[in-house]
Write a protein that binds this ligand. Structure first.
Ligand code: NAI
Ligand code: ISE
Length: 336
């Protein structure tokens, strides 16, 4: 039976997920779409899911008999409300990152899911599905470069809108690294610090950009992540691991090397939709398959909570300038 999917939030990634569910993936179809801007929802339906219904109230969508599972792609501060509603209704829910914008909100979701007694939540952390990150993890796990000593990472966006705030560099952008690096290193964070280089003239007045997050792990690995969301030249994600015996780097997306006009060049992607298109497809297919089998395998709510605990520390460090301790509780057996 084809899974009936309802989407809350029909903006950039909401439409991209609607498109992939309807045109690329198998086993699911979009039957309902909600957005606070109903015309946005209607536009998404017209473009990608002409048989779907625009539902004006998100909770009506969640409770609908025409929705088997929910996809939450609204803004981060609204995620907790919708994920809790899906859990209360007993429906599986794919929630785009962040699971919620604070650790306390994520913990409320974890507690509700454990009380329900079955895993219902998958978080939209797609990087562990990316072939490049999986190849990098295979090198680390093989021991070829020895124990990881330092990581040098960069999360660069070409530009962001006026809605984007300094704390979003942590809760909306760095949250990807905070999740994927725990997985990559099989390690946990013990402290965070945030420092600010000279501000770029390309950032709006209210935004501190770039920022550098400095993390330490329980095994003693030191991580620096440059977060630069107005870099202008492209969408550029870098991860270099310096080990005892060698160095491993996240593979660059393939591009044709050009020689023209007395120069050599390779194109750099400019959009997250392209950079991680394969990972988005695999993660969403994994969600659809998991729901149909009754057992989710993707990033769970506890991993969303752990990323948020680290993010809370980074947000505190943004204003204090101090090294902020991170104390991650032991993972409940429910999430083994
Ligand atoms: P967007 O602004 O393009 O779209 C969000 C949509 O949600 C808008 O149409 C807005 O009207 C709607 N919306 C907001 N609050 C709502 C509410 N309470 N009820 C119903 N609709 C609501 O934003 P974008 O870029 O699509 O981001 C949405 C979410 O997806 C964010 O949590 C963001 O972090 C995440 N995201 C994840 C990416 C990834 O790489 N995994 C990439 C881009 C976004
Ligand atoms: C956006 O929400 C995403 O998740 C992108 O992957 C990230 O690069 C961007 O900074 C976020 O705002």
């Amino acid at each position: 039976m084809t899974l009936k999917l309802g989407v809350i939030g029909a903006g950039a990634i909401g439409q991209d997920h609607i498109r992939r569910c309807m045109q690329t993936l198998s086993g699911g179809r979009i039957t309902a779409v909600n957005d606070i801007n109903s015309e946005t929802a209607a536009s998404a339906v017209r473009k990608y899911a002409v048989d779907a219904t625009v539902v004006l109230d998100p909770h009506t969508l969640i409770r609908s008999n025409d929705v088997d599972a929910v996809i939450v792609t609204s803004w981060g501060p609204s995620h907790e409300e919708f994920v809790l509603s899906a859990i209360e209704t007993g429906k599986f829910v794919f929630c785009e990152k962040p699971l919620a914008t604070t650790a306390d909100a994520c913990r409320r979701i974890v507690d509700a899911e454990m009380k329900h007694g079955q895993r219902l939540v998958q978080v939209g952390f797609m990087r562990p599905y990316d072939p490049g990150y999986r190849a990098l993890k295979a090198v680390v796990d093989s021991g070829k470069i020895g124990d990881p000593l330092m990581l040098h990472c960069a999360h660069r966006n070409p530009r962001v809108g006026k809605y984007y705030t300094t704390d979003m560099a942590i809760t909306d952008t760095l949250i990807h690294e905070l999740h994927v690096l725990r997985w990559l290193l099989s390690d946990d964070y013990i402290s965070a610090q945030v420092i600010y280089p000279r501000k770029t003239s390309q950032a709006l007045a209210h935004l501190r950009d770039p920022q550098i997050a400095l993390l330490e792990t329980a095994k003693g690995t030191r991580i620096d992540v440059e977060i630069f969301v107005n870099c202008q030249y492209g969408y550029d994600i870098q991860c270099e691991i310096v080990g005892e015996l060698g160095i491993a780097r996240l593979p660059e997306p393939s591009a044709v090397p050009l020689r023209s006009q007395a120069a050599r060049s390779e194109a750099i992607l400019t959009d997250w939709k392209e950079r991680f298109i394969g990972a988005y497809d695999i993660e969403m297919q994994d969600f659809i398959d998991g729901v149909r089998e009754g057992k989710l395998r993707g990033p769970h709510a506890w991993s969303g909570y752990c990323a948020a605990v680290a993010a809370d520390a980074c947000v505190a460090a943004q204003t204090s300038g101090a090294v902020v301790p991170i104390d991650l509780p032991a993972q409940p057996a429910f999430y083994a």
